[in-house]
Design a protein around this ligand. Structure first.
Ligand SMILES: Cc1ncc(COP(=O)(O)O)c(C=O)c1O
Length: 385
């Protein structure tokens, strides 16, 4: 008997389940011909702000743009430095480069894969040997971007304390964290700027690119709305230099259909993670994800560590059993060719480099069936035996 194939992600199941609602929503937008911003975007912004407990939500064209527009709103630009995690998707860095800023990193926590607040303080207190070698002074750092990697929140309180202590604004990269909470607050309910992506594979995904910035600060929100539309408060009046980064009506209508299902989908992801926990923890050399204090993990990814140089062997073993897996991310940002001009070298952020060599993400999408889940567990249990 051939084994069940288990994809890493299958979006078609979710789309099929909502097909008639999605079709009605897209037909409504097509009939209205309101394709850019408009009432669909305003309605979705209101609904998602309410879901997150945020005062303001501003739709933009992508998660990358959300970060870029947020940095522009803080007037980060050439000559400035942005501090972020070396272990994230490249967009976190490219947004900073896009506004002309230079990057510096601090290393991650090896268990959560998130930026380590103690390492960030080391940079800001001028105790980082990498900063010293690259002649980066703490006073050049104009924004900190913590990333809620895989859907696990960073220690939000620790970062808010850092932001206060050093008077440096935070821009949270929550591209992977829609539906996650820290303490009693949703990620996205904050006075600073929180950036989301609606890339189709995200926990709340559109049918194309889309993004969102949330904030509880009214001045920030007004500036974001201006910046996403060419700095124009009224047609053909441009007060500041902005850009064209607007959420489409079609994407907003689709997201509006999906949003009421988000919590159910997150619960399904968490149920899969709970089922994986014990068998994965007892598999030799495999470390399942650790959930940190106060964190409600939304499991955008379920990412294990595989010790002793056996990560690729596990990937091959899963492929042999027709199970999808992926490495998020194989090369830390400081070693990416696109940042070669920054002068980083191997060994600058050893914990991130170790993670890049050991992580593997496994199927966790909400519609995964119990049989598929059992097949993944069975394959993990037969690895290395
Ligand atoms: C951590 C992180 N930051 C930023 C982004 C950029 O989002 P987008 O693809 O919508 O531009 C993504 C997703 O792709 C991401 O995973």
């Amino acid at each position: 008997m051939t084994e069940t194939a288990v994809p890493l992600l299958d979006l078609t199941r979710q789309i099929a389940a909502l097909e008639s609602e999605l079709s009605a929503a897209t037909a409504r937008v097509i009939k209205s011909a309101r394709f850019i911003l408009g009432p669909e975007v305003a309605d979705f912004e209101k609904a998602v702000a309410q879901y997150l407990g945020a005062h303001h939500a501003v739709g933009v064209a992508s998660g990358t743009d959300a970060l870029g527009v947020a940095l522009r709103a803080l007037d980060v630009g050439p000559g400035d430095v942005v501090l972020t995690s070396p272990f994230t998707f490249f967009a976190t860095a490219s947004a900073a480069r896009g506004v002309g800023a230079r990057l510096i990193f601090a290393d991650i926590d090896p268990q959560t894969f998130n930026l380590d607040p103690a390492a960030v303080r080391e940079v800001l207190e001028g105790r980082s040997p990498v900063c010293e070698r690259l002649s980066i002074r703490p006073d050049q750092i104009k924004a900190i971007i913590p990333v809620h990697l895989y859907g696990q929140p960073v220690d939000v309180e620790a970062f808010e304390a850092i932001s206060q202590d050093f008077s440096i604004p935070l821009v949270e990269d929550a591209a992977q964290a829609m539906g996650a909470t820290f303490g009693k607050r949703h990620i996205g309910n904050s006075d600073h700027l929180v950036c989301f992506s609606f890339f189709p594979s995200k926990n709340l995904g559109a049918f194309g690119d889309g993004g969102l910035i949330t904030t509880n600060n009214e001045d920030h929100a007004a500036r974001l709305r201006l910046l996403r539309a060419h700095g124009s408060p009224r047609k053909y009046h441009h007060d500041v230099l902005g850009t064209n980064s607007r959420l489409d009506g079609l994407q907003a209508a689709i997201l509006g259909v999906k949003l009421p299902h988000l919590d159910t989908w997150v619960q399904a992801r968490r149920a899969h993670a709970a089922a994986y926990q014990a068998p994965f923890a007892s598999a030799p050399g495999i470390t399942p994800p650790l959930v940190a204090n106060n964190c409600f993990h939304c499991y955008h990814q379920y990412t294990v560590r595989v010790a002793d140089g056996r990560r690729d062997a596990l990937g091959a073993h899963l492929t042999a059993h027709r199970i999808g897996s992926a490495i998020y991310y194989p090369i830390p940002l400081h070693l990416q060719a696109a940042l070669a001009d920054h002068g980083f070298v191997g060994g600058d952020y050893p914990i991130s480099e170790g993670a890049a060599a050991e992580v593997l993400s496994l199927p966790i999408f909400p519609e995964l069936t119990p049989a598929e889940r059992d097949h993944v567990i069975g394959a993990i249990q037969t690895f290395d035996r």
